[in-house]
Design a protein around this ligand. Sequence first.
Ligand SMILES: Cc1cc2nc3c(=O)[nH]c(=O)nc-3n(C[C@H](O)[C@H](O)[C@H](O)COP(=O)(O)O)c2cc1C
Length: 363
Amino acid sequence: MAGMYPRLRPALFALPAETAHRATITALRLLSVPPVPALLWRLLGPRDPVLAVRALGLEFPSPVCLAAGFDKDAQAYRALAGFGFGAVEVGTVTPRPQPGNPRPRLFRLPADQALINRMGFNNRGAHAAAAALRGRRGGHVVVGANIGKNKDTPEAAAAGDYVTGARALAEVADYLVVNVSSPNTPGLRDLQATARLRPLLAAAREALDQASPSRRVPLLVKIAPDLADEDVDAIAALAVELGLDGIIAVNTTPKRAGLATPPAEVAAIGPGGLSGPPLKSRALEVLRRLRAQAGDSLILISAGGIETGDDAWERLRAGAHLIQAYTGVVYGGPLWAWRLNKELAARAHREGMTSMPPTACPT
Ligand SMILES: Cc1cc2nc3c(=O)[nH]c(=O)nc-3n(C[C@H](O)[C@H](O)[C@H](O)COP(=O)(O)O)c2cc1C
């Protein structure tokens, strides 16, 4: 099985990127019928106790998690769990379903092992995702839900969209993420300014508490790599002040610096968020800043350009409790999480550790 993806990949990569992604989701849905996920888990699941991470009051069987955007409508999380992810983050979902931007809107940059997307939050809506997640709690995998605003919701009413998303998903997701960092919804990233973020996060927190009185649902915020350093610091301070549980850093970038892909090819693609290895150094920098600023009072989830066990290890050493990937999974194939789990466990054993770094962390 380990040698199959290099042979399968040229066929998948011959398809337009979004068609290949849809085919993947369809295949994963077929694999979501019991008892297949449990069998997959037995073959590929992370069972080495050294990989287990306790964070956000939850037990993650591995720190290797799937980033938002892959399983937007919560259709494939059961099978994805079987492939070895410690958590799957579904979404971004918006209160009302929306089609997203016109196609083509997803592009591969093989020379950089990167992607550019301008999907624009295509999704079936928060209530459909909630229906897909209902009854799932107690499985092997942690499922987070990432919420955003509809494109046609005026910016002044944005907080209301996050409240609706939080209410819809409070009881069916293990944790919630406020996404204010996607570059493909006009004005969304302006919500990262602390003056706008403060009431929005406070409203989302209150909505979660009201919708789920018996269980405190962890709340995180996901930030962009393009924030100025002072703004990263300010968001860390705000998150601590508001009693948020953590931060996910980072989302995609509209920047195009340092690419091996010829500039004319990049320009022909047009606007969108760049992901994959070009994000690596900024993602690490933002993580270090957040850790320095927040001390041990926030759970940090690092995303952006993670391809290998070494990349993941470096993020964990720099203060991440968990890591997420999307682009690395596209280029690495279905055994990507299994491979990273194997590499991370071997590394921990080699270094004589009994758990993943960081060892002193809030749970
Ligand atoms: C095609 C695509 C769609 C994405 N959609 C979302 C999304 O809906 N919400 C979100 O928070 N992040 C989304 N992301 C960003 C990823 O979750 C991740 O933060 C980013 O790609 C950096 O990680 P990576 O380099 O491992 O891909 C998307 C990324 C890609 C490539």
